[in-house]
Design a protein around this ligand. Structure first.
Ligand SMILES: Nc1ncnc2c1ncn2[C@@H]1O[C@H](COP(=O)(O)OP(=O)(O)OP(=O)(O)O)[C@@H](O)[C@H]1O
Length: 555
């Protein structure tokens, strides 16, 4: 193990303006991943880099890329030299912000542009084509959109760096078709000789089949994770808290947060749900309980069903919050740096093991301490046996400690205030998600429906939410007993005799709840590094789910 190197020792190897900016950011000591990357024989070498969450990978790719840019022949005006791709809008924004800080001392200012969904494309594009964009940070969908314009494509002919943050995600089945199309639009690696860099905290085996899209054959491979060591940060004790049934999940979460907030007045926690709709439900519940008594913490929500304006505002607020509870879906599961999060709670395990590492990694960042707990149903216990390398211990919390907060009552009265539509949407999302996990849970379709119906009851619904027959069909649950299947027609007219369902008798007319299973349009994905079993709405929203009122552009 090398001794931690100081940035001041890099004078001569790194441009003085970048060193000055690092000092202004209070980054004096290199993190291990920064030290390893900066120790490569050349800053221009292609590399695949793995390092634990929250250990400064952003600076580890920005610094060599910017250094190369500043020292190699000047880019023609208006040409993008560095292209960084990331899976979510918020992460792209965060990277762009870090880039701005790192280049703050450079004159004339080095422009970093952002191309992400949910923003005003036209005004961004105008500023892009009229400006001098040197760095571009983008999510793949919006970048492809940009690149369909020949004037934009012309700005990428001198590209020097292509960087994939969260590389395993960017190269999995969900994103790789877009990434491939983007790369086909850019000058080829051979002709332009651009440098490829791939960074992530998780590098699953399958990635080797696809990294060649971005990296040359003799790329450097760096890992700061010792072989045999778990991929999560050692400083984060991890536990699981078993519950016997669905109705116990929310009361247990309430008690857990109450205990935590009693121990730490400034509790700052992220609570992950596996669907956007469930995160929304939790937000409503805990907003009405005052953020889990006795702490009375402010509550936030962050999920892909919110407008971009709300998402952006929440990220800013939670980044700056001293204390609070963020109920989130996996839209902030990777990469997001919320300072001083001391606790991560997961409501059930994620669909992919790698995602567990990333969720846990929202705490214990930049050398700070943190803890992670997962509330698990009996069906979800398999996650622990499937992932023996994760150091997850059974929680020391026992029923008597959990029972002191009157949580059953608190939760049921909070649930009574949650809008019916929120509960219905949470039910349908839960049904779809559980159905996608049934193999891992070791249950059949009837077991899926049973679990979902337990949720319906636990939420205090007197009738099962109605699901469109089409949605049931898409889920492959046609004919499974216990569902309240309706058609758009009888949803509009509850007294219609056509296809009447016994559950329908006194339902008020209501438009069918939006389902959570919209897939992204486009061709079927080619083979890639990992199975992409994620709930579809988290990663890259389909154009139809983009807000109609785009947020005011920030850059
Ligand atoms: N050299 C440094 N000294 C002090 N703090 C640093 C240094 N480098 C980065 N940081 C801080 O560490 C935190 C984590 O950095 P970053 O977000 O880049 O981590 P990461 O490794 O990319 O995490 P993830 O895997 O979750 O994406 C940030 O708050 C960042 O400001």
């Amino acid at each position: 193990m090398q001794n931690a190197a100081q940035y001041s020792e890099m004078a001569g190897r790194i441009d003085a303006r970048l060193l000055k900016a690092l000092a202004n950011m209070n980054y004096t000591t290199m993190s291990p991943v920064q030290q390893e990357v900066l120790s490569l024989p050349s800053f221009t070498k292609d590399c695949l880099v793995q390092a634990k969450t929250g250990t400064g990978k952003t600076i580890a790719f920005l610094l060599p890329a910017l250094q190369t840019l500043l020292t190699s022949p000047k880019l023609p005006r208006g040409q993008v030299g560095i292209l960084i791709m990331a899976p979510t809008r918020e992460l792209a924004q965060q990277i762009a912000d870090e880039c701005d800080k790192l280049t703050a001392t450079i004159r004339p200012a080095l422009e970093c542009h952002l191309a992400v969904g949910g923003s005003n494309k036209n005004s961004h594009l105008r500023r892009f084509t009229e400006g001098n964009p040197t760095v571009m940070v983008a999510t793949p969908g919006r970048l492809l959109d940009y690149l369909s314009d020949p004037a934009v494509r012309a700005r990428f002919t001198s590209i020097r760096n292509v960087i994939l943050d969260e590389a395993d995600r960017m190269l999995d089945q969900g994103f790789v078709p877009d990434v491939m199309r983007i790369l086909q639009t850019l000058p080829s690696k051979q002709s332009a000789n651009w440098q490829g860099m791939c960074f992530s905290a998780t590098v699953p085996k399958g990635i080797e089949k696809v990294v060649h899209l971005v990296l040359d054959k003799d790329h450097a491979r760096i890992s700061t994770i010792v072989e045999g060591e778990e991929p999560t940060v050692n400083r984060i004790p991890q536990s699981y808290l078993p519950v016997a049934s669905v109705d116990q999940v929310l009361p247990t979460l309430h008690s857990l947060l109450a205990i935590e907030s009693l121990n730490n007045r400034n509790l700052k926690a992220v609570v992950f749900s596996s669907t956007a709709r469930h995160a929304g439900l939790l937000y409503h519940v805990f907003a009405s309980t005052g953020g889990a008594a006795p702490g009375k913490l402010p509550v936030f929500q962050m999920q892909s069903r919110m407008s971009q304006t709300q998402r952006t505002r929440t990220v800013d607020e939670f980044k700056n919050a001293e204390r609070g509870l963020l109920f989130a879906s996996d839209v902030v599961g990777r990469g997001m740096d919320f300072p001083d999060v001391s606790l991560v709670v997961q409501i059930g395990p994620p669909s992919e093991s790698e995602q567990y590492v990333h969720r846990v990694g929202r705490t214990g960042r930049a050398g700070k301490s943190g803890r992670a707990t997962m509330i698990v149903l009996p069906q979800e216990m398999r996650f622990m046996t499937k992932n023996p390398s994760f150091p997850i211990q059974k929680s020391a919390l026992e029923h008597p400690q959990l029972a002191t907060f009157n949580s059953d009552k608190v939760i049921s009265s909070a649930l009574a205030k949650v809008p019916l539509q929120t509960k219905e949407q949470a039910y349908i999302a839960f049904l779809g998600y559980t159905n996608s996990q049934k193999k891992d849970y070791g249950i059949q379709s009837d077991g899926v429906v049973r679990l979902a119906n337990e949720l319906s009851e636990a939420m205090g619904l007197t009738q099962l939410p109605m699901i469109e027959a089409r949605t049931v069909g898409k889920m492959g649950l046609k004919g499974v007993p216990g569902l309240n299947v309706g058609t758009p027609q009888n949803l509009r007219n509850p007294n219609s005799n056509t296809g009447r369902n016994p559950f329908l008798s006194d339902l008020k007319p209501r438009p069918p709840p939006e389902n959570n299973f919209r897939r992204r349009p486009g061709p079927p994905p080619p083979a890639a590094g990992s199975k992409n079993k994620k709930p579809i709405d988290e990663a890259a929203p389909s154009p139809s789910s983009r807000p109609t009122q785009p947020k005011k552009p920030r850059r």
